[in-house]
Design a binder for this molecule. Structure first.
Ligand code: ADP
Ligand code: TRP
Length: 331
């Protein structure tokens, strides 16, 4: 059976982009593959969270994974920092990751632009750590959103380089995966780019948002005064509203509003009301489950312990074999 690995950084609440880009695929994949889903808390250290925030954020993502439908009996759910084997593999891979290629990564350049005061080495080698996350279980499928495609390409490069250096075929090639065949990019509500945690509170709809909050955010989303000619192309912000509708609403609903747009009869207030209702329908069961389990410490502890045990079994096997390949030997 093919092995699947994916993770989400523990930097806050999950939003619709995380859900449709990654978590929804996790839920479907757990029935068909050998799945490892983790909470990327080593990765979150690039932003220097306080010890208090660190634990709270990990717990939040664990609760939301479970609320979204990941079943700890089917998939292995674990916290990345429970697997020190990942750090060891990261060190080995770093020996064959080159400054030039790391500096050229699009996400590194974005981070440098956004935080010129905190360009640390962890940020530069972020794709190496991500490759270690995947290669530690020798996974071939990685459910992620479109923004992670370049990181997957780098993971293949690092794995292949290791194989060439040691004349082995130990690491298989991992590829980004989505059930919809195309990697997903969920737009934000600000009319500009993707939905993301760092784009401001109003840009993202969180799985834990109350219905009134969702309505308010959607009604305030950027739009314009409406089309003036039949079948005219949609400006970016309007296209984003339709793209959001494409992920959360029924195909008929999308077709209905598309028709209204094309014959200039659309009222964006109606579209937004429908969009908010459809988002609420999707998120309500998850929000309820988040409330139900977030204080169940003994359940959460049991899930994390069980997951760490299963994940370490796989990771320690890889590390043992990698050490042999590299040539470490006991005297
Ligand atoms: P954020 O971008 O909000 O900080 P992460 O970088 O932790 O979230 O992303 C976690 C997962 O969610 C990744 O697989 C990423 O591709 C996916 N993801 C994040 N935002 C979006 C989006 N707007 N559309 C599709 N997938 C997304
Ligand atoms: N880099 C991913 C993101 O920002 C999170 C991540 C870390 C990840 N390690 C991974 C995703 C391994 C898939 C596999 O979204």
């Amino acid at each position: 059976m093919e092995t699947v690995v994916s993770g989400i950084r523990s930097t806050g609440k999950l939003h619709l982009g995380n859900y449709y880009g990654a978590v929804k695929n996790f839920v479907q994949m757990q029935h068909e593959y050998n799945c490892f889903f983790f909470i990327a808390d080593y990765h979150s250290l690039t932003t220097h969270p306080t010890p208090q925030d660190q634990h709270g954020n990990v717990k939040q993502v664990l609760v939301e994974y479970l609320a979204a439908g990941i079943d700890p009996e089917k998939a292995t759910i674990y916290v990345q920092s429970d697997l020190p084997e990942i750090v060891e593999l990261y060190l080995y891979l770093n020996m064959n990751a080159y400054m030039g290629e790391l500096e050229r990564s699009a996400s590194f350049k974005d981070k440098v632009r956004a935080n010129p005061d905190n360009i640390n080495a962890g940020l530069l080698t972020y794709p190496v750590l991500m490759a270690a996350d995947i290669l530690i279980h020798r996974a071939t499928k990685v459910p992620v959103g479109k923004d992670q495609e370049q990181h997957l390409e780098m993971a293949r490069t690092f794995g292949n380089r290791f194989n060439r250096l040691y004349k082995t075929d130990y690491f298989p090639e991992p590829y980004a995966f989505s059930f919809s065949n195309q990697l997903v990019k969920v737009p934000g509500l600000d009319g500009k780019g993707k939905m993301g945690k760092s784009e401001g509170e109003a840009n993202a709809v969180y799985l834990s948002d109350e219905p009134e909050v969702i309505r308010k955010k959607v009604m305030r989303a950027v739009s314009d005064s409406g089309p003036t000619e039949e079948n005219q192309p949609k400006p970016e912000a309007i296209q984003h509203l339709f793209d959001l509708m494409k992920v959360v609403s029924a195909p008929d609903t999308l077709a209905h509003f598309d028709g209204l747009y094309n014959n200039c009869q659309i009222r964006y207030g109606d579209l937004k009301k429908q969009l908010a209702d459809d988002i609420i329908t999707v998120t309500a069961p998850m929000r309820e489950k988040i409330h139900a389990i977030s204080n169940d410490t003994s359940y959460l502890r049991q899930v994390a312990l069980h997951g760490a045990l299963k994940a370490r079994e796989s990771a320690s096997k890889t590390i043992k074999e990698v050490r042999e390949i590299i040539g470490f030997k006991e005297f």
